[in-house]
Design a protein around this ligand. Structure first.
Ligand code: NDP
Length: 400
């Protein structure tokens, strides 16, 4: 069918690469290109002889638009799947525009020197992508990603109107370290140390970090404390789901994680302000990332399950209705299948699906879109087929 250029060779990219190789009827050929070429070559070696998908590798600095353009012009992919960091979203979109190539990512743009993520920067490309006749699919991971697809599916099949969405992200996994993050530590810590917020009656309500706490009994995991966070899909769902009154996002954290984080914050290790250290400028959070375990190395040690999904409340045929759509994913099963823990898995699978739907034309229209703006059905089918089967509950416990 076609070719995909995958940028990045970290935890999420590793899963997406395995999944592309399981879907060779769509992915004839992939190129893995990242800052450290040895990581790309390691994936190519691991998969050699196990897939019909041809694999090439390259070194690229995704901050450099000219390098990206040269690589895209040489490989001529149908789609670029951006699995590097949110800092590179705009340079990669610029290169896609210059080469008229479709674009998919899993996280919205964030400037490196400000811990602030929002869609405005990428939505500003809408007209230019339309004029170029190319499609950008933003946020095709799990959250954002599957949570948006779940919302579109619930609206299409279960509700006439959705009024409330609670997104619950539970990681019941245990990696045995007192403190480690399940995806890129820098991005993860920037996200959880920011103020929380939720969308209500057309405006944002801001909270202090971790101010709102609830306990929830998750199927497959058990009771966990979860905390309200700001999360990027709240911004697009607030616009794209008509009739919405409130959307909140909760994520579970264990006490050890929170205690360590509080301490690191108190001593200034989570700061992104550069400091002088032995005559050199360093960013404390980037130094912290260097001493923490690499998320890609957590796979063999992580046991337990994740349960991520959305509880919807709204109306169907004039009656109140509640509906919970979720996926349970087992860390060790992911590891046995693709050598990764479930956080990378639950992101890498939907990333591959987003790219596949663009390549097959099922999700391909000129412009810049969030996942909930497309037909959810083919995505939901591929989730079942590629390892993230979803479950439904028509009488869920609600979050107060
Ligand atoms: P990792 O840090 O494991 O991987 C990032 C990769 O990007 C690394 O291989 C890194 O190279 C590469 N990279 C970084 N900068 C550049 C650059 N300038 N040029 C080329 N390559 C570069 O991160 P994850 O795999 O954990 O996360 C990947 C993305 O997925 C992030 O954007 C993250 O926010 C997103 N994510 C989304 C989720 C969702 O549900 N939507 C959930 C989890 C993550 P090197 O190997 O040299 O360091």
């Amino acid at each position: 069918m076609g070719k995909a250029l995958i940028i990045g060779a970290g935890g999420v990219a590793g899963v997406a690469i395995h999944k592309c190789c399981q879907y060779s009827e769509v992915f004839d050929e992939i190129m893995i290109a990242s800052r450290t070429k040895a990581k790309c070559d390691a994936f190519a070696q691991e998969l050699a002889g196990k897939t019909r998908t041809r694999i090439r590798t390259a070194k690229v600095d995704a901050n450099n638009v000219q390098e990206l353009i040269a690589l895209i012009e040489e490989f001529k992919p149908d789609v670029v799947l951006n699995l590097a960091l949110p800092y590179q979203d705009l340079t990669i979109m610029d290169a896609c525009l210059a080469t008229k190539t479709h674009y998919v990512d899993t996280a919205n743009y964030e400037p490196e020197d400000t811990a602030k993520f929002e869609y405005s920067w990428q939505w500003a490309y809408r007209e230019r992508f339309k004029e170029a006749g190319i499609c950008a699919v933003l946020g095709s991971g799990f959250d954002p990603g599957v949570t948006g697809v779940f919302s579109a599916y619930a609206l299409k099949h279960q509700f006439d109107e959705i009024n409330y969405i609670d997104i619950l992200d539970c990681n019941g996994g245990d990696h045995g370290y007192p403190f480690a993050t399940n995806f890129n530590p820098e991005i993860n810590i920037r996200e959880v140390t920011a103020n929380g917020s939720y969308w209500e009656d057309g405006h944002w309500v801001e909270t202090a970090p971790m101010e709102i706490k609830r306990e929830y009994d998750f199927k497959g995991v058990g009771k966990k404390d979860m905390y309200l966070l700001h999360h990027e899909e709240l911004e697009s769902l607030g616009i794209n789901i008509p009739g919405i009154k409130r959307i909140r996002f909760f994520m579970t954290f264990g006490q050890s994680y929170l205690t360590h984080l509080q301490c690191l914050q108190n001593v200034g290790m989570t700061s992104i302000e550069p400091i002088d250290f032995e005559g050199k400028q360093i960013v404390p959070l980037q130094f912290l990332k260097a001493v923490l375990p690499d998320p890609a190395s957590l796979g063999p040690r992580t046991v337990g399950k994740t349960n991520i999904g959305c509880i919807f409340q709204g109306k169907k045929d004039g009656k109140d209705k509640t509906y919970y759509l979720y996926n349970i994913c087992d860390h060790q099963e992911c590891y046995r299948e693709v050598g990764s823990q479930a956080i990378s898995y639950t992101t890498g699978v939907p990333a591959m699906i987003g790219a596949a739907l663009v390549m097959t034309g099922k999700w391909c229209k000129p412009g810049v879109y969030n996942v909930e703006e497309f037909d959810p059905d083919p995505f939901m089918d591929l989730l079942n087929r590629f390892g993230l089967p979803w479950e439904e509950d028509f009488n869920p416990t609600l979050v107060d």
